[in-house]
Design a protein around this ligand. Sequence first.
Ligand code: FES
Ligand code: FES
Length: 140
Amino acid sequence: AAPRRMYHKNVLDHYNNPRNVGNLPKGDADVGVGLVGAPACGDVMRLAIRVNKDGVIEDVKFKTFGCGSAIASSSYVTTMVKGLTLEEATKIKNTQIAKELSLPPVKLHCSMLAEDAIKSAVKNYRSKSLQDVAAENAAA
Ligand code: FES
Ligand code: FES
């Protein structure tokens, strides 16, 4: 009998060859970092974006301590967000990720982790730029 396939080929590809693995220095003013966990299983994803002055994501890196679907979801989401504006990036839905990777229902929360991670990275970046504005105003 053929071996039972646990994962769809798109998941396996991103799992075996994850794109954009790594870190960006969180101290950099143009970097936003999102760190999120999945309550359902305890898996953790860290995603960092570097944003240019036009508000476009020009670099993105991730590290995921989690299952194959979580790693594949984060890898796929990094390929999606590069070149997007912050606005566009926050509109990414986990259902898009789950669909592309053909995740089964029990693995939907793994793609949710990727959606949460990008939202959290954008929020972190925005809170940093607000601090910059506040500092400028205070100096003025
Ligand atoms: Fe933790 Fe997915 S349950 S690896
Ligand atoms: Fe929990 Fe995938 S992130 S099983």
